[in-house]
Ligand binder design. Structure first.
Ligand SMILES: Cc1cc2nc3c(=O)[nH]c(=O)nc-3n(C[C@H](O)[C@H](O)[C@H](O)COP(=O)(O)OP(=O)(O)OC[C@H]3O[C@@H](n4cnc5c(N)ncnc54)[C@H](O)[C@@H]3O)c2cc1C
Length: 402
């Protein structure tokens, strides 16, 4: 682990009262949630980057949340990050997903930055409030993040070049830097990958396709030809295989699933408010939809428990690379992604049926239309089938215990 690692810090170790810290963490999340709620409809309608909410996150110091306080960040634990995303996910899926994707990249830096340049860059993420995007997907490879076709090529004087055809880079046009996967060299195997931090100034992005999508419209997940010329020490010395197993994959799945839990929670709250209103109209009788609400609660409780238990599992494993790299842990984190994606789609859909026609309407105080469209995205962002296929392959040889 590097000097910039922070997840071992606890409120007690810093002499803080846990309640004070929890209150501050919640207040920052609330501030971003408030702005996200205000602009969520416009972001969706216009399919535009949620700049107001991301600016608020930056102003609250939240873009540097996982970075150590000694390096200018807030020193948030993975649990604190995830709770913040639950809250923001209730108001604007796009904002929550952008923060989730950004934080999964920042965590790669806090845990694995292993050159002086990368350690300096991590501190700059905090001091300048930089926004980080990710380019793992590649044309013809799709969501299989553990293989690349493109390769890093040295050009002398400590510099490298890279060309990558990227079918999707969320908010690529708005990011200050992109973390890109590539083969280590032109004669390396497809799985012999490195991770490279490319700052916007060292990057040319030629937009190929826009993002007029069904949901998650504010993520601006456009398609680009990416050309980078940058310093060789912007490349992590640690193998991407290790970064992926210990950090990028489990962090992404925990952060994404927490944002989706926020979406499901909001749908559940909306359905409950509608059923309560119906009950108040007919005192003494229980509306038929109350039973459906009770069924929805079963799903919501189970999703909450799975997501929060998985986040706790990752936090507990953080200090133990062997656990993070074990097959059982990889299966658990894959399963979290698949179950979270399926749960949010089901819960938002079922809540919509409970709310009825006013939930179906695009414009109503209890509309679930945007949330419903957004809830399809999780099953596709790395397709559930692809993840299940990986899990199936691991299950064939796994000897791990639960
Ligand atoms: C909202 C959103 C934001 C995104 N943001 C980013 C980003 O910022 N950066 C980034 O790099 N990527 C991003 N992606 C892309 C994402 O990571 C996936 O690469 C992309 O969704 C396509 O991958 P896929 O594997 O689902 O589909 P494809 O590889 O195109 O596969 C299509 C279909 O074939 C099936 N399939 C293909 N191969 C297999 C297999 N081996 N086993 C089982 N089934 C298979 C899939 O299940 C799917 O049904 C984003 C996607 C979404 C939806």
């Amino acid at each position: 682990m590097t000097e910039t690692t922070v997840l071992t810090e606890t409120p007690a170790s810093r002499g803080e009262e846990p309640e004070d810290r929890a209150e501050r963490v919640a207040a920052r999340a609330e501030a971003v949630a408030r702005v996200a709620r205000e602009f969520a409809a416009a972001v969706d309608e216009e399919g535009r980057f949620p700049r107001e909410a991301i600016d608020e996150a930056r102003a609250q110091g939240l873009l540097a949340a996982p970075i150590a306080e000694t390096d200018g960040g807030l020193g948030y634990s993975i649990t604190e990050l995830c709770r913040m995303l639950e809250r923001v996910g209730r108001e604007c899926t796009s904002t929550a997903m952008i923060l989730a994707m950004h934080h999964s990249q920042v965590l790669c830096l806090t845990r694995h930055a292993d050159t002086d340049h990368l350690r300096d860059f991590t501190r700059r993420v905090a001091s300048e409030g930089l926004l980080l995007a990710s380019a793992t997907t590649e044309v013809n490879i799709g969501g299989n993040t553990r293989t690349s076709t493109c390769a890093v090529r040295p050009i002398g004087e400590g510099r490298v070049v890279l060309h990558k055809t990227c079918p999707v880079i969320s908010y690529g046009a708005y990011a200050d830097a992109i973390l890109v996967t590539a083969r280590r060299s032109e004669d390396a195997a497809s799985s012999d990958q490195v991770l490279l931090v490319v700052e916007a100034a060292d990057l040319q992005l030629e937009r190929q396709r826009g993002w007029d999508a069904l949901g998650m419209r504010g993520t601006c997940s456009e398609s680009f030809e990416l050309d980078a010329t940058t310093r060789a020490d912007a490349m992590f010395a640690t193998l991407f295989e290790t970064i992926s197993a210990q950090t990028m994959l489990p962090a992404a799945h925990c952060l994404w699933a927490s944002a989706w839990l926020g979406m499901a929670t909001q749908a559940g709250l909306t359905a409950r408010s509608v059923v309560q209103k119906a009950a108040r109209k007919t005192p003494g009788t229980t509306p038929p939809s109350a039973l459906r609400l009770a069924e929805l609660e079963v799903q919501l409780q189970s999703m909450t428990d799975v997501v929060r238990a998985s986040v706790a599992r990752y936090e507990a494993a953080w200090e133990d690379p062997a656990t993070c790299e074990s097959m059982q842990f990889a299966i658990a984190m894959n399963t979290l992604k698949v179950s979270g994606a399926e749960a949010v789609r089901r819960i938002v859909g079922d809540a919509l049926v409970i709310v009825g026609i006013t939930g179906f309407a695009n414009r109503s105080p209890v509309s679930l239309a945007r949330l419903y469209r957004d809830s399809i995205g999780p099953s596709l962002m790395v397709n559930n089938d692809r993840i299940l296929q990986h899990t199936a392959t691991m299950q064939l040889v796994s000897r791990g215990q639960r």
